[in-house]
Design a protein around this ligand. Structure first.
Ligand code: SF4
Ligand code: SF4
Length: 302
């Protein structure tokens, strides 16, 4: 025989909790309070690690020497770090070819469109229009054009294009464009190979020759003359902090920035400029309106 107390006791307990403040948080509508809003840092001279959150890295470009020790430390952990150079991609053309730019059916317009397609594959929706991530090409317009004695030069990227090797950059960004050009009657050939610093391709069709020049950019960092920096893939990183411990030049820290979700694989890769800047990651969106209302109520009442 069940007593009345045994029936009402659990009901009363449940009723009390309906009005109690919940212990769980409706993220992303509510921020989870964190005791550690400090960066995780390591002092190599003193041999002391300072407690802090191990979220997204902060790279101090002016201190990074490009020594690769962070990369080596990560090799046996997650292989999340790739050391990369900064590159620029420019298209040189004679004056006659420049006058054809924008005209439909022109081989100049066709070549520029195909090259930009190669670039645009790597601009993800979540970073379009905002940040170099890993490359933010600028559509060809007069601001990116300069006049030279022999014609015009179009710069196809604004921020640096980051890659570990020149041939890998060409493979990732332009191999498909070159293949498409060849099927449309262009001749594509290497005009000058000064790897690993520079390579020039000639793109020829209908007596028009365009020169695609891919070359290393000098980032003007005195301690890092090669402009060689770490890039982190957050699809691999396990946030262990070993790379921070390995840096002898106080160039690497980890921050409380943990909202690193992305709608694309390439969006998880943070280039050195992204790592050196302020928080750019955002909370993931939720589609549940009840969560939004509950989060708003909680913020109002807490
Ligand atoms: S924190 Fe990430 S990038 Fe650094 S060593 Fe660990 S796994 Fe590699
Ligand atoms: S972040 Fe530190 S360890 Fe990594 S390359 Fe730069 S100076 Fe070397």
């Amino acid at each position: 025989m069940v007593s009345l107390k045994e029936v009402l006791g659990p009901l009363w307990s449940a009723a009390k909790h309906v009005f109690a403040k919940p212990y769980t948080y409706k993220y992303p509508y509510e921020r989870v309070p964190s005791a550690l809003q400090e960066n995780y840092r390591y002092d190599p001279k003193a041999g002391i690690a300072y407690p802090g959150s191990k979220g997204r890295h902060l790279l101090r470009l002016d201190k990074c020497t490009g020594c690769s020790l962070c990369d080596i430390a990560c090799q046996n952990i997650a292989e999340a770090i790739t050391m990369v150079y900064a590159y620029d991609v420019v298209l040189e053309m004679p004056e006659r070819a420049y006058s054809e730019l924008g005209k439909k059916e022109s081989p100049v317009t066709g070549a520029v469109d195909l090259l930009m397609e190669g670039f645009n594959r790597y601009v993800t929706e979540d970073h379009r229009g905002g940040f170099s991530h890993p490359v933010m090409p600028v559509l060809v317009n007069l601001k990116n054009v300069s006049k030279t004695d022999s014609g015009y030069v179009l710069k196809l990227n604004s921020d640096a294009v980051w890659a570990n090797r020149l041939d890998l950059l060409v493979r990732d960004y332009f191999e498909d464009s070159f293949r498409a050009m060849i099927t449309r009657g262009y001749e594509v050939r290497i005009a000058k190979d000064e790897s690993p610093d520079r390579v020039l391709y000639e793109l020829i069709k209908d007596d028009v020759t365009l020169v695609l020049r891919v070359e290393k950019r000098n980032m003007n960092i005195p301690v890092n003359k090669k402009s060689y920096f770490p890039m982190v893939d957050y699809g691999r990183c396990v946030f262990c902090g070993f790379c921070v411990d390995a840096c002898p030049f106080y160039a690497l820290e980890m921050t409380p920035d943990f909202e690193l979700s992305s709608t694309s694989r390439v969006g998880m890769v943070y280039n050195p400029i992204a790592l050196s800047g302020p928080k750019i990651s955002t909370a993931p969106p939720s589609t549940n309106p009840i969560d939004a209302i509950m989060g708003w109520l909680r913020r109002k009442t807490s």
